[in-house]
Design a protein around this ligand. Structure first.
Ligand code: FAD
Length: 317
């Protein structure tokens, strides 16, 4: 079977969950081969990749791959596609993954699908487009398919692969080195999962009422082991940091469960969350547009409903 290249997403040597999801999907399409770009691969990371089905692990350890934003990773993948005759390339549909996918598509003259939420036979993909407003079934008809898959589109399932390591040296063009990373600011890793990777997200909007009241949202999130999100109304008001904004101009999330509290459901907010598997809305206005989208709705004051829900979740743990 032909190789399916999976670009590894990692933070300080730790393989991110989305990569395990991609490996799980890759196994349904061919022989998964993980691609590690940059220095710092650890024995644990290799074991993790093999545990989720990587038959091969291409390790390109050059500093250049991480010193120059995204372009070198696209060049690495282009060289690997040419050398390995890969049948497809899977990347995470994150801001960086999508840029890499686009650059790679130009380099190898292939079609690209972004925001895929499922993969099928013949390299078809269920794709969420127009800000999440429309779902289509798509297929790349030119070159080696490049598919960017949203985090949480599938559950990662372990299935041991050989994990055979192959060192790769990459020749980068001057153009790929044009933009240099000058500083990395380490974000404090809180106890909560990363927003775009979380299986459960609890988001608060204008209805939360104040920065202090976001502790209600955080309380429910912590009881559920969830990430906290916010609408733009809440981030613009300074109640919650912008990095947690969900929507068209914020982050795109595809969790198993999305709880929207005090959020009206504007199209720009929906764009970032409507591919969530189950949506629960808590809103005091029964006519709020979010209820059109929600699988479950609670009409009520979030200041009463959310603490009660939190209490109930804690009791059942
Ligand atoms: P509102 O629309 O004001 O809704 C508040 C809701 O809370 C109401 O439905 C109300 O009934 C309910 N409520 C009030 N009090 C309570 C209570 N005590 N209990 C329960 N419910 C209560 N928005 C985003 O979210 N993300 C984006 O990325 C984004 N990008 C944008 C990009 C552009 C170009 C533009 C023009 C807009 C963008 N917006 C975005 C803004 C978007 O249009 C909405 O204004 C915003 O989503 C509204 O946030 P909200 O639902 O929290 O507030």
């Amino acid at each position: 079977m032909s190789e399916i290249l999976v670009l590894v997403e990692q933070v300080e040597g730790e393989v991110k969950k989305v990569t395990l999801e991609l490996l799980t999907l890759a196994r349904t399409l061919g022989t998964p081969a993980a691609v590690w770009a940059g220095p710092g691969i650890t024995a644990e990371a290799k074991a993790r990749l093999a545990e989720y089905g990587a038959e091969k692990i291409y390790v390109a350890g050059a500093d250049d791959l991480v010193d120059h934003v995204v372009a070198p990773k696209a060049e690495l993948l282009a060289q690997l596609v040419a050398a390995s005759s890969a049948a497809a390339v899977l990347v995470a549909s994150t801001a960086e993954g999508k840029e890499i996918a686009g650059r790679l598509a130009i380099k190898i003259d292939s079609g690209v699908i972004t925001d895929a939420v499922g993969l099928g036979k013949g390299f078809t993909a269920d794709q969420s487009i127009f800000g999440g407003g429309v779902n289509v079934h798509a297929r790349v008809r030119k070159g080696t398919p490049i598919i960017a898959v949203r985090p949480n589109s599938t559950a990662p399932v372990a299935a041991a692969g050989a994990g055979a390591e192959e060192q790769v040296s990459v020749t980068l063009s001057d153009a790929a080195k044009a933009t240099r990373v000058v500083e990395r600011v380490k974000q404090e890793k809180g106890a909560r999962p990363e927003l775009t990777e979380a299986a459960i997200v609890v988001s608060g909007g204008r209805g939360v009422g104040s920065a202090e009241n976001f502790s209600i949202i955080e309380g429910l999130a912590d009881a559920l082991g969830a990430a906290v999100g916010a609408s733009r109304a809440a981030t613009d008001a300074g109640w919650y940091p912008h990095q947690f904004q969900v929507g068209q101009t914020g982050k795109t999330v595809s969790p198993q469960l999305y709880i929207a509290a005090g959020i009206s459901g504007a199209i720009q907010h929906r764009a970032g969350m409507q591919t969530a598997k189950t949506i629960v809305a808590i809103n005091k206005d029964p006519e709020a547009p979010i209820f059109e989208l929600a699988d479950y709705g609670v009409v009520g004051d979030l200041h009463q409903v959310v603490p009660q829900l939190t209490e109930e979740v804690r009791k059942r743990k």
